[in-house]
Design a protein around this ligand. Structure first.
Ligand SMILES: Cc1cc2nc3c(=O)[nH]c(=O)nc-3n(C[C@H](O)[C@H](O)[C@H](O)COP(=O)(O)OP(=O)(O)OC[C@H]3O[C@@H](n4cnc5c(N)ncnc54)[C@H](O)[C@@H]3O)c2cc1C
Length: 257
């Protein structure tokens, strides 16, 4: 991630694209410094400790609260980025700032961000691809699928919160998409992944989702399927019941152990 020098962006538009996903288009002259191919990378949204986006109300020495989101699309000419926010309700008013902001944002609202940061890509030299996502990583997955070679083959398994949260993705013809639907599917994300046919040639794995699911997937891909380190990106994007700060701490101690 670049050294934080916040950019102030304006909300251009906000649309509920599926029942649990809010798409917000943000615009600002400062986006002209973003690299052309930053879709799939991430930004940090900045809030005050009480959840306001007005950083001028931060006290001297007080640090903003940061929340990580994916650049789903970048339009360099119009200085806009598109960010898809999972709509989730947090009753505790001391947290859940980003979800709450996204659900209430209106055109001309402003927010400060830093970034972009880039995440590890897929090893494109592989014989086949296996991608796994939930709704928080669906924007990154959509950018990764669009980047795959046209003749790529493999699987993408995506957990969504309801049937109506399915999205049209730009996947190559040879990539089979399976949707795991909360409350409808009889299997969890990792159970579906385990039942998905496995080819014996060299695979490239990309997986991002909730922390507990990530651990189950890591056990499968790394320990059971023995996918080599250079052919796997696996990360948790959030943890149920824990704020982003708490998740970061858990993630650090998990990777150290
Ligand atoms: C690299 C990266 C990219 C990411 N990109 C995106 C993205 O493009 N879109 C996106 O929606 N998220 C994305 N996330 C996840 C997002 O950063 C977290 O969901 C974050 O915790 C949301 O902040 P918040 O202020 O709304 O809630 P927090 O204050 O962090 O948490 C408050 C409560 O809400 C719960 N919570 C947090 N997220 C969810 C959720 N999705 N569903 C249900 N409960 C939740 C927490 O478990 C906690 O109990 C990304 C994370 C990473 C690491």
């Amino acid at each position: 991630m670049n050294k934080p020098s916040p950019l102030l962006l304006n909300v251009r538009s906000t649309t509920t694209i599926t029942p649990n996903m809010q798409r917000i288009q943000l615009q600002g002259q400062g986006l002209s410094s973003f690299p052309t191919h930053c879709a799939g990378g991430y930004i940090k949204l900045m809030f005050t400790p009480s959840g306001s986006t007005d950083l001028s109300s931060l006290n001297e020495g007080e640090r903003p609260v940061m929340r990580t989101y994916t650049i789903r699309q970048f339009d360099y000419n119009n200085h806009t980025i598109e960010v898809d926010f999972v709509r989730h309700i947090t009753n505790d008013l001391q947290c859940g700032f980003a979800g709450r902001w996204a659900m209430n944002a209106a055109p001309n609202d402003t927010i400060s961000i830093t970034g972009p940061g880039l995440i590890q890509g897929l090893n494109q030299e592989a014989d086949w691809f296996f991608l796994v996502a939930d709704m928080t990583s669906l924007p990154a997955l959509s950018a990764k699928l669009a980047d795959l070679p046209a003749d790529a083959i493999g699987h993408a398994v995506v957990h969504i919160n309801s049937e109506k949260d399915k999205q049209t993705l730009n996947e190559p013809l040879g990539i089979q998409i399976q949707w795991v639907i909360e409350g409808l599917s009889t299997e969890s994300l990792s159970e579906t992944v385990r039942k998905t046919p496995w080819l014996d040639s060299q695979v490239s794995v990309w997986a991002a989702c909730e922390f507990d699911s990530m651990r189950e997937l890591r056990q499968y891909f790394r320990n059971e399927k023995e996918v080599a380190k250079e052919n796997i990106y696996i990360s948790s994007y959030w943890k149920r019941g824990v704020t982003e700060e708490g998740h970061k701490v858990i993630k650090r101690s998990d990777s150290e152990s």
